[in-house]
Write a protein that binds this ligand. Structure first.
Ligand code: FES
Length: 181
């Protein structure tokens, strides 16, 4: 009658090796099979040409006078582009970091040499409402949903929102043209 010694750990090197091999081989086949199924799914998830076309947008800034803002749609979200006044820039630059909940200097929120232009995703960082411009206690934006106030650099100053309005990836193509995304 067979003993149970062959099943005890450490006493069945050959069997263990074969079992390990079978396990690895099976896992390998599983991976191949899974790969065959997953690939078409991934392929289907690739963005279509029209979605790719919207992944970046170009905006002409020459039509936005000082003190004015426009809102453009990018990847389904509003993006605020504001041509800030000297006063707004000065106010933003003079705020001590110690007063900020999400400390960022004004310089960190604009592009060098273009600090009159503020480009931000216009979605409140509390629960996602769209804040109103030129409102609130800090010469910036106000979200009436639950009372978040953002300053003239779009930084959160009062209310429940935890973070500054987000800055999207963008670059200046010329002094009057930006590409967002
Ligand atoms: S969503 Fe803006 S304050 Fe709540």
């Amino acid at each position: 009658m067979a003993t149970s010694s062959s099943a005890s750990p450490g006493a069945h090197g050959g069997q263990a090796t074969r079992r390990d091999f079978l396990f690895v081989a099976t896992a390998g086949l599983g991976a191949v099979a899974a790969g065959a199924v997953v690939w078409p799914l991934i392929d289907n998830l690739n963005p279509s040409a029209d979605v790719l076309a919207l992944s970046s947008i170009e905006e002409d800034l020459s039509k936005i006078a000082e003190g004015q803002s426009i809102t453009v749609k990018w990847r389904g979200k509003p993006v605020f582009i504001r041509h800030r006044t000297e006063k707004e820039i000065k106010e933003a630059e003079e705020v001590p970091m110690s007063e900020l909940r999400d400390p960022q200097t004004d310089d960190q929120r604009v592009k060098e040499g273009h600090k009159q232009w503020l480009v931000m995703v216009g979605v409140c960082t509390h629960l996602g409402c769209i804040p109103l411009g030129e409102q609130g206690d800090y010469d910036g934006w106000f979200c009436p949903c639950h009372g978040s106030h953002y300053d003239s650099a779009g930084r959160i100053r009062k209310g429940p929102a935890p973070l500054n309005l987000a800055i999207p990836d963008y670059q200046f193509l010329s002094d009057t043209k930006i590409k967002i995304g």
